[in-house]
Design a protein around this ligand. Sequence first.
Ligand code: ATP
Ligand code: MG
Length: 414
Amino acid sequence: MKQLTHYLVGGAVRDALLGLPVHEKDWVVVGHTAEEMLTLGFTPVGKDFPVFLHPKTKDEYALARTERKAGHGYHGFEIHAHPSVSLEEDLLRRDLTINAMARTPGGALVDPYGGLEDLKARILRHVSPAFAEDPLRVLRVARFAARFHWLGFRVAPETVALMRSLSTATELLSIAPERLWQETQKALTEPDPQVYFQVLEDCGALRILFPELAALRGVPQPKLYHPEIDTLEHQYLALKIAAQLNADTPTRFAVLVHDLGKGLTPESAWPQHINHEIKGLPLIKQLGKRLRVPRQYLELGLTMSQWHTHVHRALELRPNTIHKLFKGTDALRRPERFEQLLVACTADARGRTGYEERPYPQADYLRLALAAAQNIDIPALRERFEGPELGAAIGQARIHKLKEFKQAWPDKLP
Ligand code: ATP
Ligand code: MG
């Protein structure tokens, strides 16, 4: 058996050059057949193209391949994996120049498309015009922009232009909903998730993929509370703060959708947005259904839209209304989800120009209020009441605790 000719490729080469930790190693194998790989003990995993797992390291080894467009949109690729395909040909089919570098087993860099130069200049640039053959790449570029924004990376103008030409309904709507959600969910985990949506907006993809969000561009809010005025700008700022707060992904999603209702306000009512909390709910459900958003995300998004104004007003709310908030958000049974809501509301309050550092006492106030409302003697009430009366008595006991709590709270409002 001849020696396996293989090269380290993709993210591992890129991330090492950036000085970032390498999480997974992908390899390309040149000059070999699938049969040889099996003989060497590799396990096949590829459904659409020949990829194998290394018997020991479990790293992914793909046979060098070229791809040719043979249909519309995201589908219809002709995969050509053959021992005659060279490393350079394999790198040519890749999306970005910084992702199209390889290392030889001896450690030498193979960089036929200027990846290192672009990496140093912090540019996300497509490798070849074949980029336009796969609309999923529009999402990938936006996601890499969100990931590497903090390092100063920008999308090359000619790549934005190519992404714009790809941003038609026919192309973008051919992406499977699961893939769209997968990319979006990953983008939400990045250090600057707002950049994903900003890049999609810049190339015209946002209005096709996320029309509910795109509708917020140009919608004004009252300057007193929102110095940034524009509602989509507010969404981006809030999402950025959510990432800075290390919010988990469902919480970031909830921030993303919390003001969708503002897109439905008639112009005559601007800049007020009465009832946007409720008007947004069908829009969130619609987006959730279209992208097959998991239930955990969707529920938090809906809860955030419906209740965020209550949370912001926490210190002014009567004990009865706080109790209503706890019931409506299911806070008593699901305190961990209520905590996510408080983080999302903190991001919303601070995601406003000039308010990024503002204190948000509402969150601690409600944390302590929830603890107070939970601190009742249910077994004692059970001895005295049953059925609906028990439920009412528990509610009364909680509201009583909330009254005591409110009276004891030092007024910390600025
Ligand atoms: P990470 O795994 O850290 O998210 P990565 O660069 O390794 O980043 P993968 O999705 O693992 O990204 O893909 C591995 C490599 O395959 C990429 O670096 C890129 O060269 C190539 N690649 C993946 N998907 C595409 C695509 N849709 N079009 C072109 N090239 C792609
Ligand atoms: Mg990878």
